[in-house]
Design a protein around this ligand. Structure first.
Ligand code: NDP
Length: 266
C-alpha cells in the first residue's frame, strides 16, 4: 500500500516507540509541503534525543512541540502553537498515539488500584478527547479548504481532515474471552474501550464537517509498551498503518481497524 498523506499532521507521544516511527515514515514518505508536528512531554530531555536527531534530518519538515496529555493547559498551549503555524490551512490529520499501560504487564487485578484506573483513563481517553476538541476548529479549516475531487467522490479522507485514535485489539469486548487470559490489564482495556466509544461519537459528531474519525490497532509491536516478545517491528506496523490511513474513506469513519486494514469487532 502506498502512502498518500499530506498537509499538516500532528502525532502525540512521538519521542519513542510507534510515535517516533510514525514521524520518521511520515517525514520520509510525504511530499515536501507536508509538515509534521511531533509532540512529546519533554522535547529537551534525554528521552527525546532520537526525535531531536530525526527533526534535524528533516529541516523545515518536522516541528517538535511540548505536550503532556495529562495537563489541560499543556494541551491548550500546544493547540495554540500549532494554530499559529498552520494558519488558514488548518490541520489535516491528528494522530492520538500517546498512551500508558499501568501497572506493568500482565497487570493482574491484585496489582491494580484506583490510581492506575484514573491515570490510565486520563491519559488514554481524557487527553485525546480534549486534544480533539481543541483541534476541531483547525480540522474544520482543513476540511473546508480541501477539494473532494482529489478523493474521487469520497468526501472524507486522511488527506482532507481526520482523527486517528490508536487503539488495541484488547479493547474489543467481543474478543475478551480470547484476550483476557493473556493479560488482564483492567485500566488499559477499559480505557481503550472508552477510546473506541469516543471514536464512534466523534465520527457521528464530525461527519457533517467531513472529518473522518477511525480507531486503528497497530498490532503487537516491539516497543517499551509491547515488550521484547512482540512479533511486529515498529517499521512494519507503521508501514501498514500509514497504508491503511491513506486508503480510509467515508465507510471507515467510526470503525476499529487493524494495521492491515481488517475490521475488528467492538
Ligand atoms: P510506548 O510506551 O513505547 O510509548 C508511549 C508514548 O506515549 C511515549 O512517547 C510516551 O512519552 C507517550 N506518553 C505517555 N504518557 C504521556 C503523556 N501524559 N503525555 C504525552 N505523551 C505521553 O508505547 P507504544 O509506542 O508501544 O504505543 C503507542 C500506541 O500504540 C499507544 O496508544 C498504545 O496503546 C498502542 N498500542 C501498542 C501496542 C504494542 O504492542 N506496542 C499494541 C496495541 C496498541 P514518554 O517517553 O514521555 O513517556
Amino acid at each position: 500500500m502506498s502512502v498518500k498523506l499530506e498537509g499538516n499532521i500532528l502525532v502525540t507521544g512521538s519521542n519513542r516507540g510507534i510515535g517516533l516511527e510514525l514521524v520518521k515514515q511520515l517525514a520520509e514518505k510525504t511530499r515536501e509541503e507536508a509538515h509534521i508536528y511531533a509532540c512529546c512531554r519533554d522535547p529537551e530531555g534525554t528521552r527525546a534525543e532520537a526525535l531531536r536527531k530525526l527533526t534535524a534530518q528533516y529541516p523545515g519538515k518536522i516541528t517538535m512541540i511540548k505536550l503532556d496529555m495529562l495537563d489541560e493547559d499543556s494541551i491548550l498551549t500546544t493547540v495554540q502553537a500549532v494554530s499559529k503555524q498552520v494558519g488558514a490551512v488548518g490541520l489535516n490529520l491528528l494522530i492520538n498515539n500517546a498512551a500508558i499501560n499501568t501497572p506493568a504487564s500482565p497487570a493482574p487485578l491484585s496489582a491494580t488500584g484506583k490510581k492506575d484506573m484514573m491515570e490510565v483513563y486520563e491519559t488514554n481517553v481524557v487527553g485525546p478527547f480534549l486534544l480533539a476538541k481543541m483541534c476541531l476548529p483547525l480540522l474544520q479549516k482543513a476540511a473546508e479548504r480541501h477539494s473532494p475531487e482529489k478523493d474521487m467522490g469520497d468526501k472524507m479522507s486522511c488527506r482532507r481532515s481526520a482523527i486517528i485514535n490508536i487503539s488495541t485489539l484488547i479493547s474489543s469486548i467481543e474478543k475478551c474471552p480470547e484476550t483476557f487470559p493473556v493479560a488482564q490489564m483492567y485500566p488499559y482495556r477499559t480505557s481503550k474501550a472508552a477510546l473506541n466509544m469516543l471514536t464512534r461519537c466523534q465520527a457521528e459528531d464530525f461527519k457533517s464537517y467531513n472529518i473522518l474519525v477511525t480507531a486503528i490497532h497497530p498490532g503487537w509491536v516491539h516497543t517499551e509498551m509491547g515488550g521484547e516478545e512482540a512479533p511486529l517491528t515498529t517499521q512494519d506496523s507503521v508501514h501498514g498503518m500509514l497504508g491503511v490511513m491513506s486508503s480510509l474513506c467515508n465507510k471507515d469513519s467510526g470503525m476499529l481497524l487493524d494495521w492491515e486494514g481488517n475490521s475488528i469487532p467492538w
